[in-house]
Ligand binder design. Structure first.
Ligand SMILES: *Cc1c(COP(=O)(O)O)cnc(C)c1O
Length: 593
């Protein structure tokens, strides 16, 4: 924030990517409070409106949490400039506001200080709404105000130079500047199979050469003998089906899932007619013991003379290693525990290069997968028992390798070209490259977040933050009076039986002591009753204010169209009606009947 200020850069909207940057939200508030009569909450409304927060991981270890002592040590001089006391400050970072034992979570701070919050794939949005549900305990998980924008990659940067050359020949030049234009990618169909295949084979050959020299460096650094170092020249076969697996070895990524049934894996590796080989690359966090054990298991397995040439582990995974791998392998393998991979961008890098993904249906692959462009391990089931899950999913993976991937790769026409494989490569590039790229992603952020935040921010900022101040006051007032709001009666017209297409009339009697009926939003939450007795696929319908019947008691009415046969259920709820709020759920005030 201070660097931007020194450069006289005055952004209108701030995007906090992961919690690490969330102190910026505090600094923005501090700046507004300098020499100003505003309160923290009043300044906060405007700052929140113009902050966007993206959460990138459902793994708790990936989220910084600091002890209250540590926070006090570094921030106590800062509290007064925010017009907060220690308790008010520390509460901003606690999941449960009043639980003083809880640490200060950067993600909680960011969520509390941003009106636009998102996960990085559709499934991750879902997982995050459940994960952060505690911050809005009264709100149904599906309505927790946290959306998703699926990640993307910068296509041009990740493509093999050989492939760039081919695409330039057959696609309109727009593929580089506007890769979101689906029609441009149709040009992939014009690339002759032979040409695409030759291009891909060159990439694989280059990868094999690169891996050999990298292994040599690795062995030299480790002080291996001259004989051992020269064996590096013999690893891998430039023509064999090559499967890549490269990532941080966090345990949820299950880097060693493939080793679960060593006999079965060995059988695949020993097939000399249809050779396959694996290149692993990765790094574990120094404190992640389990992650390091996974790497050790792979390295040990690769020491076995029978497989040494076909399983290699490349150390120090970084962006250059990633680039070589996603350009040169045939299949990109990903085996996370479902729900833990927020997005997984390496698979997108592979896909753009025509490398076929074989992955658990997690992260982006839930959206990207189709049977004609890659493989799904499992069908997206969840298991209570991790061991059973690993067992079933590893077997599913061997099945896919044996019955689908290997036969398809080695199904060649007389000219030794795997035409069915190439058809999938083309489908994969055509369908995935236009969607899972940064152009589409930034466009989504702009449309869904940046522009609306900018507009709301301008409104709240006008006249010395006039509406921001009013909004803070309105929320405070509602917060104090909310406890008095009661839905005292709900009446349904008729005998409770309706034909499909008929409307069910509903009236609600609501006590609103000291609250103007215009300050609340009354809604019907209606839908068919599921087997478990819950309201499934709810529709949210606004109820209109009808009349006051006595003192603070008011009538609201609405109607539900019965769209399907069977039992229908509904609930009535009251939410703050203040139109300047980002969503009615943001303050966490809600009353149900
Ligand atoms: C792309 C990339 C990642 C992220 O990949 P995931 O699919 O999320 O595991 C991590 N590290 C490097 C070096 C990368 O290039």
């Amino acid at each position: 924030m201070r660097a931007l200020e020194a450069m006289h850069i005055e952004p209108t909207v701030f995007h906090m990517n992961e919690g690490h940057s969330a102190f910026l939200a505090l600094e923005r508030i501090r700046v507004l409070l300098e020499n100003s009569p505003l309160t923290f909450d009043q300044a906060r409304q405007y700052v929140m409106a113009t902050n966007v927060f993206t959460t990138h991981t459902p793994v708790p270890a990936g989220i910084d949490t600091f002890s209250p002592d540590m926070m006090s040590k570094y921030f106590q001089n800062y509290y007064p400039s925010l017009k907060l006391d220690e308790e008010g400050f520390l509460a901003l970072g606690r999941e449960e506001v009043t639980n003083k034992k809880q640490g200060f979570s950067m993600a909680v701070l960011a969520i509390r200080l941003a009106d636009s919050v998102n996960g990085v794939s559709e499934l991750h949005g879902d997982v995050s709404r459940k994960m952060w549900h505690n911050l809005w305990p009264q709100v149904p998980p599906d309505e927790v105000p946290l959306k998703h924008i699926t990640n993307g990659i910068h296509v041009r940067s990740w493509l093999a130079p050989d492939l760039v050359y081919v695409l330039d020949r057959y696609l309109s030049g727009k593929w580089q500047t506007d890769p979101t234009d689906q029609s441009v990618w149709e040009g992939v169909m014009q690339i002759p199979d032979e040409e695409l295949w030759r291009c891909h084979e060159r990439c694989r050959e280059r990868l094999v050469g690169w891996t050999r020299s990298t292994l040599k460096d690795q062995l030299t650094r480790r002080g291996a003998s001259f004989d051992d170092i020269t064996t590096a020249d013999e690893v891998l076969d430039p023509e064999a089906l090559t499967i890549g697996f490269a990532r941080r070895f966090a345990s949820y990524k299950r880097g060693a899932l493939l080793l679960r049934d060593v006999t079965r894996l060995q059988r695949l590796l020993e097939d000399t007619k249809r050779p396959i080989q694996f290149i692993f690359a990765g790094k574990a966090h120094p404190a992640d013991h389990e992650g390091k054990e996974l790497i050790k298991a792979i390295v040990n397995f690769a020491r076995n003379p029978a497989v040494r040439r076909k399983v290699v582990f490349v150390e120090n995974y970084d962006i250059n290693i990633a680039r070589s791998l996603v350009q040169g392998v045939d299949v990109w393998l990903n085996t996370p525990r479902r729900g833990m991979e927020a997005s997984g961008t390496s698979g997108m890098k592979a896909a753009a290069n025509g490398v076929l993904n074989c992955s658990i249906l997690d992260g982006w692959w839930v959206e990207g997968y189709a049977p004609d462009l890659g493989w799904a391990i499992g069908r997206g089931e969840s298991y209570a028992d991790g061991n059973t899950q690993d067992q079933l999913e590893s077997q599913a993976l061997y099945d896919i390798l044996e019955k689908q991937i290997i036969p398809l790769f080695y199904k060649r026409t007389v000219d030794n070209i795997p035409r069915d494989w190439i058809a999938r490569m083309k489908m994969c590039m055509r369908k995935l490259a236009p969607v899972f790229n940064t152009n589409r992603m930034v466009h989504d952020y702009t449309e869904k977040f940046y522009i609306p935040a900018d507009i709301r921010g301008r409104n709240l900022a006008a006249d010395n933050l006039d509406r921001s101040i009013k909004l803070a006051k309105a929320k405070e007032m509602l917060r104090q009076r909310w406890g008095g709001i009661k839905i005292v009666g709900v009446h349904v017209a008729g005998n409770g039986h309706y034909r499909v297409g008929e409307n069910m009339q509903v009236e609600a009697l609501i006590d609103l002591p000291n609250v103007d009926p215009r300050e609340v939003l009354v809604e019907l939450y209606a839908g068919p009753i599921t087997a478990t007795g819950e309201i499934g696929a709810p529709k949210i319908l606004r109820m209109d204010y009808t009349k006051q019947i006595a003192g603070a008691r008011h009538v609201f009415s609405g109607q539900i169209e019965c769209r399907t046969s069977g039992r229908q259920g509904f609930a009535v709820r009251v939410l703050p009606g203040e139109e300047d709020m980002a969503t009615p759920f943001e303050p966490g005030l809600i009353a149900w009947n």
